[in-house]
Design a binder for this molecule. Structure first.
Ligand code: EPU
Length: 421
């Protein structure tokens, strides 16, 4: 199993470009199922989740080809199969994003239930209740969700919890429903706005994406469109945090300040100098890091996908910081690994107390999810000596060429084909 070998400490310095957002690219790819015309997407990051989604779409009959960074998808013939099998869904929960488009376009779909996940239970009840509100008949059988509707009908649905992929699934389904749909308590992440921009370019009539209430007037057909996905705010935030942690200086080209506001606020309060421009974001830290508490929450709150990396940063702040996780119930698995590197972290339920600054020393560590792995890479760069981060297939799901980007920023990170014995 491949791993990263990091020799630290190193200071992160230089410029990096944020890739396209994985979590915007995944629903954008799924949207190809809604259209019989070609959909051209650019800016898709070269990460494993994107390859998995393209593989799943291929299985469903979507033809795709890539030329000069543009992926052209054509879903003319979607006869059979209409199923998303367990083998694919279990490796990537976002596969559930094909459910809404398939039932809207074909009138039927069969998608494996995703099952448990390292960061929490992550049910899909809201996706299913929402589709029922649009007239689908939903059944759970043999580990699969089956949804049927001759044609979905516009309806009203209020999410009991704002869910990102749930909002995206329903928004896509409602585009081809007959009549108007009103969705309330929607998730407001920038990736949802980006998906609505794409769908509207395809001919959909969506208003309010990025707000709590989204209204969608159904249309009969969604013809072709071209779209570039937004830059990845979580990747951008991870590199900003790497520079902050190592008292470095970085320019993240393409990073959008508005989409990263909750992180930038904390970084500024903790003593980093920040400068935002049209071109991107610059961060510099010269002085001591002040501890800052965070509480993760749906957008515009502090993103759960940056919580682990932020915890790594707080191990270097002078004093006590409290990190609260409200989105997922099991997302502190990086804390004991940071502890093995010398961090002083105590977990009390959904809160972590971090006492800093603690010198970090290189160690063999392993993470169980994508963002926790990124947190350990950051810790490895700041730590003295050699760190081996195992199971980096998690990282490859969502970070494009992370070791190459970090090398250019001055870190000594290399990919090894297997963990040393
Ligand atoms: N939830 C329910 N019922 C549902 C759906 C969600 O109770 O039907 C709960 C979840 O269990 C969780 C909360 O609602 O407690 C929010 O989950 P959400 O559905 O918003 O998460 P998601 O759509 O499955 C997306 C991102 C995640 C990110 C979360 C939260 C994609 C493909 N994935 O997941 O990204 O953490 O939103 O922002 O967009 C990552 O990139 O590392 C990642 C995990």
């Amino acid at each position: 199993m491949e791993c990263f070998r990091i020799v630290g400490p190193n200071r992160i310095q230089g410029e990096v470009t944020a890739g396209g957002a994985k979590n915007a690219a995944l629903p954008a790819l799924a949207a190809s199922l809604l259209s019989d015309g070609p959909l051209e997407l650019s800016g898709l990051p070269a990460v494993r989740d994107i390859r998995t989604m393209r593989h799943l779409l291929g299985h469903l009959g979507v033809e795709s080809e890539e030329r000069a960074g543009v992926v052209r998808l054509q879903a003319t013939d979607l006869a059979r199969p209409d199923d998303a099998p367990y083998e694919l869904v279990k490796t990537m929960r976002a596969s559930i994003l094909v459910l809404g488009p398939l039932v809207a376009r074909l009138g039927h779909a069969r998608v494996s239930l995703p099952g448990g996940c390292a960061i929490g239970v992550r049910p899909i009840d809201q996706h299913l209740a929402g589709l029922e509100a649009l007239g689908a008949e939903v059944q759970l059988e043999h580990g699969y969700v089956t949804a049927r509707a001759r044609r979905l009908a516009g309806g009203a649905f209020r999410f009991t919890v704002p869910t990102v992929t749930g909002t995206e699934n329903l928004m896509m389904a409602a585009c081809l429903a007959k009549g108007t749909s009103v969705l309330d308590n929607c998730a407001r992440e920038p990736e949802i706005r980006d998906l609505a921009t794409l769908l509207n370019k395809m001919g959909a009539r969506i208003q309010g994406a990025g707000e709590e209430r989204i209204e969608i007037e159904g249309v009969d057909r969604l013809p072709s469109a071209s779209h570039r996905v937004i830059p990845d705010r979580i990747e951008a935030g991870t590199y900003l945090l790497a520079a902050a942690m190592t008292a470095g200086e970085i320019f993240v080209r393409g990073a959008i300040a508005a989409d990263l506001a909750p992180l930038l606020e904390k970084l500024a309060e903790s003593g980093c100098d920040l400068e935002a421009s049209e071109a991107g974001l610059r961060l510099r830290r010269t002085g001591e890091l002040k501890p800052q508490d965070i509480l993760t929450a749906p957008h515009p709150g502090f993103p759960t996908d940056l919580q682990a990396q932020y915890m790594a940063l707080m191990t270097q702040a002078t004093g006590l910081s409290t990190i609260g996780e409200t989105v997922f119930e099991n997302r502190f698995q990086h804390a004991p690994e940071l502890g093995r590197m010398g961090a002083d972290i105590h977990i009390h339920g959904t809160f972590a107390k971090v006492h800093g600054p603690t010198p970090l020393s290189g160690a063999r560590v392993m993470a169980t999810d994508l963002r926790a792995s990124a947190c350990l890479v950051l810790a490895g760069i700041a730590a003295v000596g050699e760190t081996i981060v195992g199971r980096i297939y998690h990282l490859d799901r969502g970070y494009e060429g992370m070791e190459l980007k970090l090398q250019r920023l001055g870190a000594m990170v290399e990919r090894l084909p297997a963990e040393p014995t």
